[in-house]
Design a protein around this ligand. Structure first.
Ligand code: HEM
Length: 495
């Protein structure tokens, strides 16, 4: 053997034997798998409800118990309300020009106010109307396929994608949608891609996966797409202001945002909504928030609810009996029925407890803090494991089992944000502003799917064979799509 390979033969095993505890790059990259909600929950069993990790120069703190979550999201929320952003996120959100990734501060406050009052408010009837219309289309699509195996997961994803696309852009044209979804899928991949430069900035030039050019391409594609949309909307506004189309039109989210449009960014501390100004970058980034925040989250909750109920026939029977008693089989579910279906609500709560669509809440410290006696440096990434907290054995009896009836008891925790053992929508300043809209879609879609149809597993599949694993990304949907065979249940005609 040549002397060099020979030397390596001895040196490498020797180095491995001497491996220091925190081998700076490789050692930590091996941890990627542990950085999922499941991996971190396992680490929490070993190291406790709060523990610290270090990747390169990055400090990370994981919170996995309700009391510490309360410390972070309520008691010291002024320190813990910033958002961490990777290089990809900063670049793709036009340097945090949106709401979801903006740091806590005057700009975020204004964006949040604008979104809560103008886009997600119950008063914005158009969004709620698009939910009802799209649920109707879903029921139609299922009823055209009764007796056959249906890819339920895909139908549900199309439902929520159509709802958010329509609420955002007002148009349901398939052509524009396909292009937009392709762009978002690439964004999603880039958000999730591991980039060494996030942990060790001086290694940024290596870029072995060619991320930098993909980022540029993706942002350019979105720019082109949304510029056309914004220009069309500006034109539409002009026509309407000048009295065209009878002076009336159904405003979508882009229209609502354009009412605050200005060429230049302006942030002021005024409480007055009318003084807020947004740029094209803000509009693009906020629309992305809505598409990301509102599509996969809701789809994941609906698909998990149906899956859990198919695995639990007793609960499925009970919820369908409730629908039969409250609504009957000779008419369709209406909005006013939703509040009279307590067991259905319990099933949805239990689904959100076991499968919170966003399993890890990502926050960042604005300054140094102390939690449970531990010092947390400024700019640490704080991951609140909502998934582990929902399965906390000290807070929940038989925590791993799907038991909706547990929520029938008086005084059970609610998900509105003040019970820290149950935080599928987060809590406090950064909690979900789209909760009402999301819950409305979840309630309505599951109620209609269970009221109109009975569901069986395809090809004699046993319910114990249902695959219950999830995939990890910004959200945690089922790892495989749910397939099932629907049959008509109603005695009236569906339409
Ligand atoms: C079942 C449905 C949904 C669930 C479970 C959910 C859950 C969450 C969670 C856990 C957070 C982060 C909280 C934190 O960091 O502490 C969040 C934030 C957010 N959600 Fe939702 N969400 C849902 C639906 C929606 C919908 C329908 C929209 C919009 C149409 C939306 C828009 C947002 C936005 C913009 C944020 C960022 C807020 C901020 O950073 O200030 N979400 N959501």
């Amino acid at each position: 053997m040549e002397p060099l390979p020979m030397a390596l033969l001895f040196v490498i095993p020797f180095l491995l034997l001497l491996r220091p505890k925190g081998l700076p790059i490789i050692g930590n990259m091996m941890m990627m798998e542990q950085l999922t909600h499941r991996g971190l929950a396992k680490l929490a069993q070993k190291y406790g409800g709060i523990f610290h990790l270090k990747m390169g120069y990055l400090h990370m703190v994981t919170i996995s118990n309700p009391e510490m979550a309360r410390q972070v999201l309520q008691v010291q929320d002024n320190i813990f309300s910033n958002r961490p952003a990777t290089i990809a996120i900063s670049y793709l959100t036009y340097n945090r020009a949106d709401m979801a990734f903006a740091h806590y501060g005057p700009f975020w406050r204004q964006m949040r106010k604008l979104c809560v009052m103008k886009l997600f408010s119950r008063k914005r009837a158009e969004s709620w109307e698009s939910v009802r219309d799209e649920v109707e289309k879903l029921v139609k699509a299922v009823s055209a396929n009764t007796g056959k195996t249906v890819n339920v997961g895909e139908l549900i994803f199309n439902l929520t994608k159509n709802i958010t696309y329509r609420a955002a852009f007002g148009s349901s044209s398939q052509e524009g949608q396909d292009e937009f979804i392709k762009i978002l899928q690439e964004f999603s991949k880039l958000f999730g891609a591991f980039n060494i430069a996030d942990c060790i900035p001086w290694l940024g030039w290596v870029d072995p996966q060619g991320l930098n050019s993909r980022l540029e391409k993706a942002r350019h594609a979105l720019d082109k797409f949304i510029y056309t949309i914004i220009d069309d909307h500006i034109q539409k506004r002009k026509t309407n202001v000048n009295g065209g189309a009878g002076g009336y039109y159904d405003p979508d989210m882009v229209d609502e945002l354009l009412a605050f449009y200005s060429e230049e960014a302006q942030v002021n501390e005024s409480e007055d909504l009318n003084s807020i100004r947004v740029t094209r970058d803000n509009i693009k980034a906020i629309i992305m928030d809505v598409m990301f925040g509102g599509t996969e989250t809701v789809a994941s909750a609906i698909e998990w609810a149906l899956t859990e109920l198919m695995r639990s026939p007793e609960d499925m029977k009970r919820v369908q009996r409730e629908l039969e008693e409250v609504v009957g089989l000779d008419r369709r579910v209406e909005e006013s029925d939703l509040d009279k279906l307590p067991f259905l609500k319990c099933c949805l709560k239990e689904t959100l407890r076991l499968h919170p669509p966003i399993p890890l809440l990502l926050h960042e410290t604005a300054e140094e803090a102390v939690v449970a006696g531990y010092r947390i440096p400024a700019k640490s990434r704080v991951m609140i494991n909502a998934w582990a907290i929902g399965r906390d054995k000290k807070s929940w009896e038989d925590a791993e089992s799907f038991k909706p009836r547990r929520f029938m008891k008086e005084g059970m925790p609610d998900f509105k944000g003040s019970n820290f053992e149950f935080i599928p929508f987060g809590s406090g300043r950064r909690s979900c502003p789209g909760m009402q809209l999301g819950l409305y879609t979840l309630d309505l879609a599951v109620a209609h799917l269970l009221h109109c149809f009975t569901w069986e597993l395809p090809n004699g599949m046993k319910r114990s064979e249902l695959y219950m694993s999830d995939v990890f990304g910004l959200t945690a949907p089922r790892a495989t799509r749910l397939y099932a065979v629907p049959k008509n249940r109603l005695v009236c005609s569906l339409f």
